[in-house]
Design a protein around this ligand. Structure first.
Ligand code: PRP
Ligand code: URA
Length: 216
């Protein structure tokens, strides 16, 4: 993607590519049915993971083509995908295709709709991870930031090399919360929306991502 299709500042990379924005528009439309929503969410996930992986570690390597020797690269990071259940599973589906050697650690978090607190219900992380670990936290919605901070917190203590957060839509409140707590985390998103409403939903957002992906 070209520089014009990505805007980047203060640790937030917004993927403005027209193909990505066209997909996001279909996701925003309240009339988009579940089958199409799921398909478009998967397609958008490919673009976002591709961009989030732009600064992955690599080393030079030689390769023999049918014609002769060439130089290339091989990925050197230990890649970890951390889909936040449930909605993050759709991003994980795309990420697994692009990063087939990745390890996957699911993170179960449920947002209490009254208090808006993230309630943990599942995680099984090892006690140590390789120092060259690059973690991709996958969650389509960054709203208050409570879920993102809870997910990032699980990996911070394990002294990993980098943590990226991949989302479809981010609210300014969520970005601020993540960066206040963890300024080193890079956020890759298709949109920074206006604000949260009184129920903690992103405005305009796309509604409840989990419900729309899974048809619940
Ligand atoms: C949604 C969404 C995020 C979280 C964002 O999940 O997928 O994980 O809310 O909100 P926050 O930034 O205010 O924490 P939800 O808890 O609804 O679970 P689900 O994916 O199972 O529907
Ligand atoms: N979770 C969602 O799925 N959507 C929002 O707008 C906020 C939290």
């Amino acid at each position: 993607m070209s520089a014009q299709t990505i805007s980047s500042n203060l640790g937030v990379k917004v993927v403005n590519h027209p193909l990505a924005q066209n997909l996001l528009t279909r996701l925003r439309d309240y009339q988009t049915p579940t089958s199409e929503f799921r398909q478009k969410a998967l397609q958008l996930s490919y673009f976002l993971v591709y961009e989030a992986a732009a600064d992955l570690g690599s080393r030079q390597t030689g390769v023999e083509t049918p014609i002769g020797p060439a130089m290339g690269i091989t990925l050197s990071d230990y890649i970890i995908l951390a889909p936040v259940l449930r909605a993050g599973l759709i991003i994980s589906e795309a990420a697994q295709k692009l990063l087939p050697n990745a390890r996957i650690y699911h993170v179960g978090l449920r947002r209490d709709e009254q208090t808006l607190q993230a309630i943990p219900y599942y995680s099984r992380l090892p006690e140590v991870l390789p120092v060259e670990s690059s973690v991709f936290i996958l969650d389509p919605m960054l709203a208050t930031g409570g879920s993102a901070v809870a997910a990032i917190d699980l990996f911070i203590g394990l002294k990993v090399k980098t943590i990226r957060l991949v989302s479809f839509v981010a609210a300014p409140e969520g970005i601020e919360k993540v960066h206040k707590t963890f300024p080193q985390v890079k956020i890759v998103t298709a949109s920074v929306d206006a604000q949260l409403n009184e129920h903690g939903y992103i405005v305009p957002g796309l509604g409840d991502a989990g419900d729309r992906i899974f048809g619940t």
